[in-house]
Design a protein around this ligand. Structure first.
Ligand SMILES: CC(C)(COP(=O)(O)OP(=O)(O)OC[C@H]1O[C@@H](n2cnc3c(N)ncnc32)[C@H](O)[C@@H]1OP(=O)(O)O)[C@@H](O)C(=O)NCCC(=O)NCCS
Length: 180
């Protein structure tokens, strides 16, 4: 039986190994890592899939923001989502995504963003590149892979720059520095 558990239940180095297997050891240079640089993962949205005590999948979510002219909109970055290569295409990715999205929806959390294949994240989970078309990103990104998921009634600014969630004070200080 596959069990979904908090990521804190497993040693961090086992998650690192899984991510190396799924994405390669050069994964830390990816733009998604820059988006959440210095942030700690959101505990209740960061999960693992376990079978017979073995780690077979993981998902992590991070606090980020979209900085714009009038402030910063809080968002949640989803990812990496990783399934052990020998267990891919067996429903484990869907289980992890469904569990994280259900937890996020249950506590009415911020709009969610990820960089990934729309053929997977749009088709199964309703993430779309529409809202992100004019967002600036600190690194290379294929525009059609920068995706957002808004619950009914949620909105995001059309323009802005994505980055780690530094909060309103840091944003205001940066705007003041720019203006000087
Ligand atoms: C992408 C990933 C998380 C999907 O998890 P998974 O457990 O392998 O996939 P699931 O069993 O949940 O889903 C299977 C379905 O999704 C489809 N699918 C899986 N990965 C896909 C992808 N990258 N693009 C498009 N479709 C994909 C399968 O074709 C299958 O469709 P079907 O139901 O019509 O047959 C996993 O394959 C993985 O870790 N890949 C390597 C790392 C990666 O690329 N992560 C995504 C970027 S964050």
């Amino acid at each position: 039986m596959i069990r979904i558990a908090p990521i804190a239940d497993v040693p961090p180095e086992t998650v690192d190994l899984l991510l190396d297997q799924a994405f390669g050891t050069d994964r830390r240079g990816r733009t998604a890592y820059r988006l959440r640089d210095g942030m700690a993962a959101v505990p209740d949205l960061s999960l693992v899939a376990l079978q017979d005590g073995q780690l077979i999948g993981s998902i992590q979510c991070w606090p980020i923001e979209l900085r714009h002219d009038e402030g910063a909109a809080a968002l949640i970055l989803v990812g990496p989502v990783a399934v052990r290569p020998d267990r891919q295409r067996d429903g484990i990715g869907k289980m992890l995504m469904a569990a994280a999205l259900a937890a996020a929806d249950a506590r009415g959390c911020e709009p969610m963003v990820l960089i990934g294949d729309p053929e997977y994240y749009d088709r199964f989970f309703g993430f779309s590149a529409g809202p992100t078309a004019e967002w600036a990103v600190p690194g290379p990104v294929e525009r059609h892979r920068l995706l957002a998921r808004l619950r009914p009634g949620q909105d995001v600014p059309a323009k802005g720059t994505l980055g780690p969630r530094l909060g309103a004070d840091a944003h205001r200080a940066a705007l003041e520095r720019q203006a000087q």
